[in-house]
Design a protein around this ligand. Structure first.
Ligand code: BTN
Length: 256
């Protein structure tokens, strides 16, 4: 069902609450393939996800009942494929802005779309698009946010709302409703104000922007200064006084 009246969209109005699921993204995709039309804004919220998927084939591991694991169906038919990074940027902006209402520490977006607080990852985003012609037909927006969990395997690189605020009693459903509202607001901004506007806001939130930092590039460590992310979603870094562009597989932030 194509939503030609985007102002009537209410993300999460139809939320399916699950006790346990392999992956909310996979569940939503299955639903989409079986039940047509599935309304834009439909959300899946799971208490436990036992085969959560991360970016680039990684796993998203989340302690049962402690964290927010959700997937949302969007139909950004208005967005040409060439501008698909702006959808990813929009979701990152919404997640970061929502987190800013919860923590006092600065929140940043680590390119391409990880959310960081205090140089530690608190949330990840996995967007799976289907295309139609030159446009995006449907987008499954998967978001995982560490909320009440305080035990992590790799405590040095991961954090949660609980770790940052000394509260472990957050109501995940309430938080999800707030997050859906923020995503709706930013999605409307994408529709009305356009990709360029969202890209500028994304670049304002960019982790390590303007600071000399170490990166792993083609197997060796190099120091560079992040300038911005391009409309195509490439990271632009000043290396040896030369501006260079990188794809996600070509560079790694070396966070100590
Ligand atoms: C990453 O940072 O690698 C992306 C993580 C995305 C995790 C979320 S949790 C809800 C949704 N369902 C999944 O299987 N993955 C995403």
């Amino acid at each position: 069902m194509q939503n030609n009246n985007i102002s009537g969209l209410i993300i999460g109005q139809n939320t399916i609450y699950l006790d346990k699921v392999a992956s909310t993204n996979d569940y939503l995709r299955e639903l989409l393939s079986k039940f047509k039309p599935l309304a834009e804004g439909t959300a899946i919220l799971a208490e436990e996800q036992f085969q959560g998927k991360g970016q680039r084939g990684s796993l998203w591991i989340s302690e049962p009942k402690k964290n927010l694991t959700t997937s949302i169906l969007l139909r950004p038919y208005f967005l040409p494929i060439a501008q698909q990074f702006s959808l990813s940027a929009t979701i990152a902006i919404a997640t970061a802005n929502w987190l800013k209402t919860k923590v006092e520490q600065p929140v940043a977006v680590k390119w391409p779309n990880d959310i960081y607080v205090n140089s530690k990852k608190i949330a990840g985003i996995l967007i799976e698009n289907t295309l139609k012609g030159h446009n995006i037909n449907s987008a499954i927006i998967g978001i995982g946010i560490n909320i009440n969990q305080t035990n992590f395997d790799t405590t040095s690189t991961i954090t949660s709302l609980a770790c940052l605020t000394d509260r472990t009693d957050y109501d995940i459903k309430d938080l999800a409703r707030e997050l859906y509202l923020m995503i709706q607001l930013e999605y409307l901004n994408l529709f009305h104000k356009g990709s360029h506007h969202q890209l500028n806001k994304y670049n304002e939130l960019l982790f390590w922007k303007g600071e000399e930092k170490p990166f792993l590039i083609a197997g060796s460590e190099q120091k560079g200064i992040i300038q911005q992310v391009s409309a195509e979603g490439k990271l632009k870094i000043l290396l040896d006084n030369r501006l260079q562009e990188f794809d996600i597989k070509e560079i790694t932030h070396l966070i100590s």
